[in-house]
Structures are given as structure tokens and as C-alpha cells.
Design a protein around this ligand. Structure first.
Ligand code: NAP
Length: 242
């Protein structure tokens, strides 16, 4: 029986997800490095193992029901529970655009990964999270999902024309609030983390923040005490306005 707490981070083969895996590993978690490509995930897990961390790869394609089922079955058989789920995997689909010109298929693909995938993964692992008692769920969000920020004409967020990404992440915020309500009083806390603009494949390599800085926001929410908040979205500087 593994005595470490067990954490799963989806899309952890690179970027902010890999950094979340690293920081949770440094805090004593056994970390399952979720990766849709098992080989890419194995390379990342090996890098973290070489740093002395207890990490292993878990093949997980969030849009594939069979992959999710198999992954949840493996975690159940090996650990019997899950203490932390970080829903990090997401895309800005190729061709993402403003409302007046986005193609339906592009909009659909953003929702497939960022919302339907996230909900399917959460549903599959929820029984294992509930079994852990004091589990934490962290969904990666963004200031591009904030109505207050995107709705402010003075904000840089109002100029970004990625409906697929923004709208799907706004839906992730609603998933966060609704699941927090469903699980209130059960010991499972559900929050969303805005890592800020970080230098990754998604964030662009000129972004000012490092993936490690972005990861820290999610890690704090993954380690909230029992009386911690539930149903909010946090950035480094505090609660983000809806
Ligand atoms: P990234 O470097 O593009 O990494 C995204 C990760 O998600 C990769 O591991 C990718 O796997 C995985 N992924 C994508 N689709 C998947 C699927 N269908 N199944 C499983 N895994 C999938 O992005 P990032 O910048 O680290 O972003 C991580 C999270 O932070 C995202 O939720 C993003 O929305 C959020 N965020 C990022 C920024 C930023 O500035 N970077 C700002 C705000 C919020 P592959 O390697 O196989 O593609």
C-alpha cells in the first residue's frame, strides 16, 4: 500500500502540467503524469524520477472514453483512491477565431477537449477522489474566461479573438462552481487556477511568467487545508473576478 498522497495531472508531459507534476512530487506526492502519448509522458516522468520524485506515466487522452476508463481502472487497481486531480490538459484549437468568423468545427474541438474531456475525466475519477476523503480538484482556467476582464474594453483580454478557447474555459469555470456545490460538505474541494500568461507552447515563448510560476497557483489549490475555499477561480494575486 502506497502511503504517499496520489495526484493525477492531465496533460503533464510538458508545459505547466509538467511543472505542476514536479512541484507536487517535490511536496511528497506520488504523481501520475497524464499524457495522451505514452512515450512523451514516459520521457517527462523519467526526467522527474531523475530528480528523485515519485512519478510515473499514465496514458490518458481526455477525448477518448476507453483511454479514460483504462486509466481510472489502473489507478483504482494500484492505489484504490486518488487524492488530487488536476485537470490541466487543454488546447487552443488551430484556427480559433472571433465570433464573426470562427468555423463550427474549430469551436466544437475546443469544447471537446477543454470541457467534455475535462468532465469525462472528472466523472471517471470522482469515485476514487471521494474514497480519498479530503480530495482536491483543480481545473486550469484563464483570465480569458473572465467576463469582467474580457468585457473591459481597456483590458488586453478584450482584444484576443479566440472564442473556442475563451468560451470553453468560461464553461470550465461553471463546471468548477457547480461541482463545488455538488460536493460541498463531502471534504472534496473544487477550484480553478489561472496560471497567468506563461512561456509554453500554448502561452508563447515570449510570455513573462515561467511555467513553474504558473504551476504554483494550481499546486496551492491542490494542497488546500480542510477548511479551504471551494468553487472559486484564483490567480497568483488572489481571486479572479468572474
Ligand atoms: P501546452 O504547453 O500546450 O500543454 C498542454 C498539455 O495538454 C500538453 O501536455 C498536451 O499534450 C495536453 N493535451 C492537449 N489535448 C489533450 C488531450 N486531448 N488529451 C490529453 N492531453 C491533451 O499548454 P500550457 O501552456 O502548459 O497550458 C496548460 C494549462 O494552463 C491549460 O489548461 C491552459 O489552458 C492553461 N493556461 C495556460 C496559460 C499560458 O499562458 N500558458 C495561460 C492561462 C491558462 P500533447 O503534448 O500531446 O499535445
Amino acid at each position: 500500500m502506497d502511503t504517499n498522497k496520489i495526484a493525477l495531472v492531465t496533460g503533464a508531459n510538458k508545459g505547466i502540467g509538467k511543472e505542476i507534476a514536479r512541484q507536487l512530487g517535490e511536496r511528497g506526492f506520488t504523481v501520475l503524469v497524464g499524457s495522451r502519448d505514452a512515450e512523451r509522458g514516459a520521457v517527462a516522468a523519467k526526467e522527474l524520477v531523475a530528480e528523485g520524485l515519485d512519478t510515473r506515466v499514465l496514458q490518458l487522452e481526455v477525448t477518448d472514453a476507453a483511454s479514460i476508463r483504462t486509466a481510472a481502472g489502473e489507478v483504482e487497481a494500484t492505489y484504490g483512491r486518488l487524492d488530487v486531480l488536476v485537470n490541466n490538459a487543454a488546447i487552443i484549437p488551430e484556427g480559433d477565431d472571433g465570433v464573426s468568423s470562427i468555423e463550427a468545427g474549430v469551436l466544437r474541438s475546443a469544447f471537446e477537449t477543454n470541457v467534455l474531456g475535462l468532465v469525462a475525466v472528472t466523472q471517471a475519477f470522482l469515485p476514487l477522489l471521494q474514497r480519498a476523503g479530503q480530495a482536491r480538484i483543480v481545473n486550469l482556467s484563464t483570465s480569458l474566461a473572465s467576463f469582467a476582464q474580457v468585457g473591459d474594453p481597456e483590458s488586453r483580454m478584450s482584444t484576443v479573438r479566440t472564442l473556442g478557447y475563451n468560451a470553453s474555459k468560461a464553461a470550465v469555470n461553471m463546471v468548477t462552481v457547480m461541482l463545488a456545490n455538488e460536493l460541498r460538505g463531502t471534504g472534496v474541494l473544487v477550484n480553478a487556477a489561472d496560471p497567468g500568461n506563461c512561456a509554453t507552447d500554448m502561452g508563447g515563448w515570449s510570455a513573462a511568467r515561467t511555467p513553474a510560476q504558473g504551476a504554483a497557483v494550481a499546486v496551492r489549490l491542490a494542497m488546500l487545508p480542510a477548511d479551504g475555499p471551494t468553487g472559486y477561480v484564483y490567480a497568483e494575486e488572489g481571486q479572479l473576478p468572474w
